[in-house]
Design a protein around this ligand. Structure first.
Ligand SMILES: Cc1ncc(C[n+]2csc(CCOP(=O)(O)OP(=O)(O)O)c2C)c(N)n1
Length: 642
């Protein structure tokens, strides 16, 4: 049977449909998402939950003239399917395919790029204010999830929106889930609104009954209505948003297309800030996703009938995340002062496992990285040993808190930065490639990165012993497969490890680029080129002894890092050489140049930047042949890289 979806090239086509046809279209969209994501993975549950909402919005609002801003953007798949990306949908999150998030470069319907949470209200308010400046009259809608609403940025946006009173609609897509179950007082408040709805329904029923009592009914009703007003403010519904200056409507069933369309029709021209609260179900329409909403948030390929994840036949080494969590659990068993903090990522950081063993010592603060860091600072002032496990890219949110609330006071907070380096299919918003550059600049910081999962274990232990703010960054994915030492060791702070001697050149590598550098050295050795390889271990403090030893006049020194070249590890090595007065060294840095890294598999992207053994070997050859950019210190520190 012909699909309606096949004729929807833009929302204009959608608006030509009769309302009665929309449920069929919704079913086709769900089917397409399930089919595609089961094959190539991706964000899932949130997309299944937002199908009706997306259709109703595009049906009523005149997009792209009216502007719809999605928060985070991981739930934009239905939106993509009806805004010209149906035919490329199978490429979503694939190298050179369409993005898994909203992207202005991709479509005029993608109003604002995202990937990090809690931005939609601020962005939409900016758009609304610009519209008013230009005396135009289009409508602006922000869609935000209950998880994203826990972010400080969202609350800052609400605060100003309620104050400015511009024409702006916020649709709160409340599925009671962040990636994990949503946490915090705001989440509790939203739940109380939902319960309050039942309370209101009960009140309505009571009112109806009273109205039907002759004579005294009217009087009774007056009293009851006063009571209801008082109770309403005491107990609940929508009042927080109303106090903030919004008209609040809801909560409504976010899967009732007809009602959603009526609702948006009726209120689309409301002249002020309005918040419409809808309740949706994560995973709606696909039972395994409805039953396992945490799994369904972002999935790898799975079998559609059973919902079983497709496993690879090859046994894989444990993930860095798992090794981190197990090590932390072991350390915490011996040290009651260790407490762990996550910002809405208990599963992603492995702290869900920690929470099972030490529930009272794990704090999920919601999507609130800034708060997570300052909260950790507070814990540290009282002698606790906080470890904030935050993805490298999300810690960027808390740059000032690391500075102001931790490093200036030299508080021994540990930052465990998972997803350090190229993250893969989530693309530019999610690659953790700046942490070495943005953390090493702070006095008092110790920054390290393990070469493999075994070294990670020792670094977790070491991080608690430095007495300073300390970061350790490790990549997304499985470890190298090395043997894990039984005994945890304390590593000497600021000391690297010479892994291989060689006279032609020296590679200073950091973190997960150490073993690829060793493999590159193997490749080169077969060609008669012998290079030394140093596992730097520390980005800060650097091992001055090793730098002095290898940075001799005329020496060829390469640095390799899965991070930004600007300000990163290689820059640190060059700065140190200059500081030590080591002149005449020829440097070449391998890493991420001054551009955003697109999405794709980690392997493909690493190869693109010569961060794999063959790439490193190629660069060494080119460098030694003098055919590639090399800078001679201290004349210049800038360099071409590719
Ligand atoms: C700053 C930031 N921290 C963490 C994340 C990881 N993250 C992506 S989606 C998500 C949950 C969002 O929940 P919600 O807004 O309720 O949307 P839902 O998926 O439930 O529709 C989280 C924590 C992020 N994208 N950005």
């Amino acid at each position: 049977m012909a699909r309606l979806l096949d004729n929807i090239n833009t929302p204009l086509d959608l608006r030509k449909l009769d309302r009665s046809e929309l449920p069929k279209l919704a079913a086709e969209i769900r089917e397409t998402i399930i089919d595609t994501v089961s094959k190539i993975g991706g964000h899932f549950g949130g997309n299944l939950g937002i199908v009706e909402l997306t259709l109703a919005l595009h049906y009523v609002f005149e997009t792209p003239r009216d502007q719809i801003v999605f928060d985070t953007g991981h739930q934009s798949y239905p939106h993509k399917l009806i805004t010209g990306r149906r035919d490329t949908f199978h490429t979503i999150r694939q190298h050179n395919g369409i993005s898994g998030f909203c992207k202005r470069e991709e479509s005029e319907y993608d109003v604002f790029n995202a990937g990090h949470a809690s931005t939609s209200i601020s962005a939409a308010l900016g758009i609304a204010v610009a519209r008013d400046f230009r005396k135009e009259d289009y409508r602006v809608v922000a869609i935000i999830g209950d998880g994203a609403l826990s972010g400080g940025l969202a609350l800052e946006g609400l605060n100003q929106a309620g104050h400015l009173k511009r024409k702006l609609m916020i649709v709160l897509n409340d599925n009671d889930m962040s990636i994990s179950t949503n946490v915090g007082a705001m989440s509790g408040y939203l739940n109380s609104i939902i319960k309050g709805q039942r309370y209101n329904q009960a009140k309505d029923l009571a009112k109806g009954i009273m109205d039907r009592i002759p004579l005294i009914g009217g009087k009774l009703h007056e009293v009851a209505s006063d009571m209801e007003q008082i109770l309403k403010h005491m107990v609940v519904p929508g009042t927080l948003f109303e106090e903030l200056g919004f008209k609040y409507l809801g909560p409504f069933d976010g899967h009732d297309l007809d009602h959603l369309i009526d609702l948006f029709e009726e209120h689309k021209d409301y002249d002020g800030p309005i918040l419409i609260h809808v309740i949706t179900k994560k995973g709606k329409g696909y039972v395994p996703a409805e039953n396992k909403p945490i799994w369904s948030h972002g999935v790898t390929p799975f079998d559609i009938p059973s919902g079983e994840v497709k496993k690879s036949d090859k046994p894989a080494p444990p993930s860095y995340t798992a090794v981190f969590a197990e090590t932390l659990i072991a350390l915490a068993a011996k040290d009651p002062k260790i407490v762990a903090i996550t910002a809405a990522m208990p599963e992603g950081t492995g702290l869900d496992k920690f929470a099972k063993v030490h529930p009272e010592r794990m704090f999920d603060v919601g999507i609130a990285e800034e708060h997570a860091v300052t909260f950790s600072g507070g814990l540290a002032t009282q002698g606790l040993k906080p470890i904030a496990a935050i993805y490298s890219t999300f810690l960027q949110r808390a740059f000032d808190q690391v500075f102001h609330d931790v490093t200036i006071m030299d508080l021994p907070v540990v930052f465990a930065l998972d997803r350090g380096g190229i993250a893969g299919a989530d693309g530019p918003t999610h690659h953790g490639i700046y942490d070495m550059a943005y953390l090493r600049i702070f006095p008092n910081m110790v920054c390290m990165a393990p070469k493999d999962e075994n070294e990670l274990r020792h670094m977790v232990k070491t991080a608690f012993e430095t007495g300073h703010p300390t970061s350790l960054r490790y990549p997304r994915g499985n470890g190298v497969g090395v043997k894990l030492d039984e005994e945890l060791q304390s590593l000497p702070v600021g000391k690297g490890e010479l892994l291989r001697e060689g006279s032609a050149a020296t590679i200073f590598a950091i973190g997960n680029e150490v073993w690829p550098s060793m493999q590159a050295a193997d490749i080169l050795a077969k060609e008669g080129i012998n290079v030394a390889v140093v596992n730097a271990r520390f980005i800060k403090p650097l091992d001055e002894e090793l730098i002095r030893r290898f940075c001799k006049p005329g020496a060829h020194v390469l640095t390799v890092e899965e991070g930004s070249l600007a300000g990163g590890f290689g820059s640190a090595v060059m700065e140190k050489a200059q500081e030590l007065g080591l002149e005449g060294v020829r440097f070449h840095r391998i890493g991420i140049p001054d551009e955003y890294v697109h999405h794709g598999t980690q392997d493909v992207l690493r190869a693109q930047y010569d961060l794999h053994p063959e790439g490193i070997a190629k660069r060494v050859r080119q460098f030694l042949a003098g055919g590639h950019a090399a800078d001679v210190l201290p004349v210049a520190v800038g360099q071409r890289t590719r």
